[in-house]
Design a protein around this ligand. Structure first.
Ligand SMILES: Cc1cc2nc3c(=O)[nH]c(=O)nc-3n(C[C@H](O)[C@H](O)[C@H](O)COP(=O)(O)OP(=O)(O)OC[C@H]3O[C@@H](n4cnc5c(N)ncnc54)[C@H](O)[C@@H]3O)c2cc1C
Length: 369
């Protein structure tokens, strides 16, 4: 019998499983595909305080520290770089909106300052001269999200976690004082379950009789061919429609929340051509050198959300042995810390920061009892 079965091997499930194992629990993690191949592997890899919700800034700062210190706790360097980041306003209205938006993040503890357009161009010489105001955060940076699965697999195995990849969970049943998790012919008996299945957590909540609607969002990231260094920082834009970075390999990653089409039910994902074009136009207007660079690939990813846009991290309502971790926007940055917090709760310790109680969405009908 396992002490805990974690369902879903994205960054949130892996981080939770790792913390539980390090706390002395016998842990299994069941992942339908390979670890961190969905949102946790296809995201843009930015660690930007300016792109996080104000309420999540304290968690993002802790997550940022953990990615910086990855060699110590994860056993591997994952391409973490601090480049600084600029968010740009192109009109007077956007400038007002930017001051308000960043003011909330500064109040929440993010080391962000407002800078003139001239200062922004001194920090980032590749910028066009159309911005009227900017905000700057010196600790913004990125890591290589494609390395998350590799790093997590090594760490989990080293800490004795039973890693079951290509194990699609298709049922959870009550069994005495615990649960039986079904994955095809396999049965995993565990005292506790942790749902960490991203946009696919909805049916699992229904198995446990918990009425929380998981909303599926889809957005794209595009990558250019390798080019000479054309920018140094992470660039965003006041309305949150842009994110551009040029990692060390010379390619430029372009994203920023333009919707794509995705369905967790069918696992289908496609980009929307006009949104790609809109995203590229904004990127080229921001960094003119991009007009001379070809985009070679674009891909969508699925991101989970709930009605109040805050994470679900904690025990499921009315159940003290079933937990969820998910719907964490900017979850690549905050993921390791969120996993640590939930791990602390499950280990019976006091988490150092408040969790995000799923009970705010109402009580369970306890279908599994
Ligand atoms: C395009 C895009 C760009 C992003 N860019 C950034 C960024 O730059 N910075 C940032 O901080 N955040 C970013 N994010 C957000 C971040 O990637 C996510 O918040 C985070 O990765 C979510 O992690 P997760 O573990 O909840 O979900 P996932 O990574 O989706 O993991 C869920 C896992 O559950 C597995 N699963 C599903 N069903 C089952 C089943 N039945 N049985 C077993 N396993 C199952 C899936 O295969 C998957 O591996 C981005 C997201 C997207 C989509």
């Amino acid at each position: 019998m396992y002490d805990a079965a974690v369902i879903g091997g994205g960054i949130l499930g892996c981080a939770t499983a790792l913390h539980l194992a390090r706390g002395g629990m016998k842990v299994v993690i069941a992942e339908r595909d390979s670890l961190c191949r969905q949102a946790s592997g296809v995201n843009a890899g930015t660690h930007s305080m300016q792109m996080k919700r104000a309420a999540l800034i304290p968690y993002a700062l802790k997550g940022w520290e953990m990615w910086r210190d990855a060699p110590q706790w994860l056993g591997m360097e994952v391409g973490f770089r601090t480049t600084g980041g600029l968010t740009l306003a192109f009109t007077e209205d956007e400038a007002e909106a930017l001051k308000t938006r960043m003011g909330r993040r500064i109040d929440a503890g993010a080391p962000i300052e407002m800078v003139t357009a001239e200062r922004a161009r001194a920090i980032e010489p590749g910028l066009s001269d159309t911005a009227v105001l900017a905000s700057y955060c010196p600790i913004d940076g990125f890591a290589n999200a494609a390395l998350t699965g590799l790093a997590m697999r090594r760490a989990l195995l080293e800490d004795g976690v039973d890693v079951r990849e290509r194990s699609a969970v298709d049922g959870i049943e009550r069994d005495g004082g615990g649960f039986v998790v079904r994955a095809g012919e396999t049965r995993l008996a565990a005292r506790r379950v942790v749902l960490a299945a991203g946009v696919w957590a909805g049916p699992m909540l229904a198995w446990l009789g918990v009425p929380i609607d998981i909303v599926c969002g889809a957005r794209h990231v595009a990558v250019t061919e390798r080019t000479r260094p054309i920018m140094r920082t992470i660039l965003g834009e006041a309305t949150g429609k842009l994110s551009i970075i040029q990692p060390g390999n010379g390619t430029v990653l372009i994203g920023g929340g333009w919707p794509a089409v995705g369905s967790p039910k069918h696992g289908s994902m496609t980009v929307i051509p006009k949104n790609l074009v809109g995203n590229f136009q904004l990127a080229c207007a921001t960094v003119p050198a991009l007009t001379r660079t070809r985009v070679v690939r674009a891909w969508p990813g699925l991101d989970a959300n709930v009605a109040d846009h805050l994470p679900l991290v904690g025990a499921l309502p009315g159940l003290d042995d079933a937990f969820i971790i998910g719907c964490v926007r900017g979850g690549y940055t905050t993921g390791p810390y969120m996993g640590r917090l939930l791990g602390e709760l499950i280990l019976g310790r006091e988490p150092e920061m408040a969790l995000f109680d799923p009970g705010r969405f109402g009580q369970a009908s306890h279908a599994v009892h």
